[in-house]
Design a protein around this ligand. Structure first.
Ligand SMILES: NC(=O)c1ccc[n+]([C@@H]2O[C@H](COP(=O)([O-])OP(=O)(O)OC[C@H]3O[C@@H](n4cnc5c(N)ncnc54)[C@H](OP(=O)(O)O)[C@@H]3O)[C@@H](O)[C@H]2O)c1
Length: 334
């Protein structure tokens, strides 16, 4: 089978760290080109990362007829604009999270996807992680009972004022909730298999930067399920989720990552004293490589992709309701 040919918009840190090694290792994808707003920066980045072609503008990359798929890891406020331009140039687009900061933008992208027949997907690598897929399966079978409660955290210290998470205010996608709070919220919604109807939220805003640096939220689901999450940029790195049915507790350490040997487990505890654990173990995987392979496969076969625009639409509604609730100090309808 012909390999899909990929181009990257911007000399982004996440691409260097995750997607580029994954694309190089993939048997179905080929990384062909990168574009930067600065031709010299593009050339240096291409050389350092073993990318054959570099372009000194994003427009030149989109005009390259040999590229099938664009990976868009630009700052959050540029996701929609450059995803739209790439689709209009005839490319499929895998765009970083959060793909959109507004509901109307996602709706427009859905219409564009449907009229152009080009796939647009949101890059949540954890959707492609076998451990979380297995956890979802266990919850769906209700072997351990029905999911009633979930609690997630994602903290990552970041006080660099020049970093995009601080340099752009929350209306442009800066701050903790858009950057990392999205992970426990998204996994919680995935595990419940339904969308929350109401949310509440507390946020500590950095007044000067106008971004949330510490945020705690609550989601109420139609089935009666409850979820809380906490996220922040001024505490040491930590990710974890705990989920409860009436009879069992599930612990998922390092929830949103998948590459650390001996840590790819989830544990199930019954209500006994001391609690009895069953451990589900998984091999470490490159969830970013699986994401790229799955995206390319979906783009060419029409198969569903886990990071669909429908999931983005629901997610954007929840995140915007959380910001609204933080301002109103009460529960807000999603
Ligand atoms: N999925 C994940 O695990 C994961 C992890 C980290 C980040 N992310 C997401 O990936 C995206 C990029 O994050 P990052 O940490 O890689 O950011 P970054 O290193 O700052 O890269 C962003 C790139 O965007 C380009 N850019 C274009 N216009 C810009 C502007 N006005 N200001 C700043 N940069 C601009 C720059 O490339 P040129 O100068 O070369 O044009 C820059 O290198 C974000 O959406 C973030 O949420 C995802």
């Amino acid at each position: 089978m012909k390999k899909s040919r990929w181009g990257i918009l911007g000399a982004a840190g996440i691409a260097r760290k995750q997607l580029i090694p994954s694309l190089h290792a993939s048997e179905t994808c080929e990384l062909v080109a990168v574009a930067s707003r600065d031709a010299e920066k593009a050339a240096t980045y291409a050389k350092e990362n073993n990318i054959p072609v570099s372009y000194g503008s994003y427009e030149e990359l989109l005009a390259d007829p040999t590229i099938d798929i664009i990976y868009n890891p630009l700052p959050n406020h540029l996701h929609v604009e450059w995803t739209r331009k790439a689709v209009e140039a005839g490319k499929h687009v895998l765009c970083e999270k959060p793909l959109s900061l507004s509901v109307s933008d996602v709706e427009e992208l859905i219409a564009l996807r449907d009229s152009s027949k080009k796939l647009i997907g949101e890059a949540y690598a954890m959707f492609h992680q076998p451990r979380l897929q297995s956890l979802k399966h266990q919850l769906d079978t209700e072997k351990y009972g029905k999911l009633e409660s979930a609690h997630g955290v994602f903290y990552a210290k970041n006080q660099d004022p020049t970093n995009i998470r601080n340099a752009y205010d929350y209306t442009m996608g800066g701050g903790a909730l858009w950057d990392i709070g999205v992970y426990p919220v998204t996994v919680g919604r995935w595990m419940f298999g339904e969308e929350p109807t109401e949310v509440s939220c507390v946020m500590d805003f950095d007044e000067k930067l106008n971004v949330d640096h510490h945020t705690t939220g609550i989601l109420k689901f139609p089935s009666g399920g409850q979820m809380s999450f906490a996220t922040g940029m001024r505490h040491p790195f930590h990710t974890h989720m705990t989920l409860y049915t009436q009879s069992h507790r599930f612990e998922v350490a390092n929830t949103f990552h998948s590459d650390v040997k001996n840590q790819m487990i989830f544990e199930v505890f019954d209500g006994q004293k001391p609690p009895v654990a069953k451990t589900y173990s998984f091999e470490p995987v490159d969830q970013y490589a699986r994401e790229c392979d799955n995206f390319a496969k979906a783009a060419f076969s029409g198969e569903p992709f886990a990071g669909s625009l429908e999931q983005t639409l629901a997610s954007t509604k929840v995140l915007l309701a959380l910001f609204k609730a933080a301002k109103s100090n009460r529960f807000e309808v999603v």
